[in-house]
Design a protein around this ligand. Sequence first.
Ligand code: AQP
Length: 333
Amino acid sequence: MKRIFSGVQPTGNLHLGNYLGAIRNWVRLQDDFDDCLFCVVDMHAITVWQDPDHLRANTLETASAMMAAGVDASRNVIFNQSQVAGHAELAWIFNCVARLGWLERMTQFKEKAGKDKERASVGLYAYPNLMAADILLYKGTHVPVGEDQKQHLELARDIAAKFNHDYGQETFPIVEPMILGTGTRIMSLKNGASKMSKSDPSDLSRINMTDDAGSIIRKIRKAVTDPDGLPSEEVGLEGRPEAANLVGIFAALAGRDIADVLSQFGGQGFGTFKQVLGELAVDKLSPIQDEMRRLMADQTYVGQVLTDGAVQAGAIAGPVIEEVKDRVGFFRS
Ligand code: AQP
């Protein structure tokens, strides 16, 4: 059976990268897969300290963004991770399955912990084990994510394979990453070498899902580019990460391929291109933002969606966690 699982952290500043790399694909996939779970991963969020009131508000905002983008709560399970205890239970078991050497290789930990890794939380280090638990708690088979999560999904595959091997049964499926479309790695508007990120201290580096039209247009106008104009062919974007990023964003938003975008704008300067890109971004994002605002004003409804979703998710997870405990040899009366 095919089952989709994917998640977003409620760490605030949900951005265009999260939308193009993940959430937009969920909207498409819900038509092809009957069984989809979309999770606000609040337990992942606290691997870096979060203000408790902000975490609660951001959880509702993230769920609102998913629904505003078109994820249908009546057809999919939308919930927050901490309301289903099985995530923490399975993560502990996976802490005992995964090897230190595997986690040592995770580039996201190195990036997020920075130079002072002694001061990073143990949770940040073990983050990929919790991510594997998120997916495998539901025996998820397909995981739509942005390019940055590829390494974590490879680890989830290794954990599933080792658990199956160690306990002698095919308990878990080997998950398939789904890295879809042209928006799989949206870069910072200020530095083409870093990905667009919620935690970038510069607000000008990203387009937030809550930015108004004026801010979107201004941020794109101020985006870093190089002195050359737009090339007519894709090869002309090589070694020009900022230019490649803006063309990639255009292609992803317009649903066109890069070559097609360059056939229209090749030979022109960035001034006109940025103007058209800004208008396109506003055009695509503003209906989502309007709906997000409407949903965020109805916190009771959004909270109920999450609570109902947690009940549904818990019903799927319950037999899986029991099966796992049985395999591991935990005594059950
Ligand atoms: N820049 C990006 N381009 C494409 N996809 C992206 N994703 C994140 N950034 C980009 C995808 O969004 C989904 C949810 O991400 P997350 O909430 O787990 O956060 P993250 O991957 O750690 O990235 P952020 O949003 O930039 O947060 P910080 O600043 O905390 O690192 C995932 O599918 C991810 O691939």
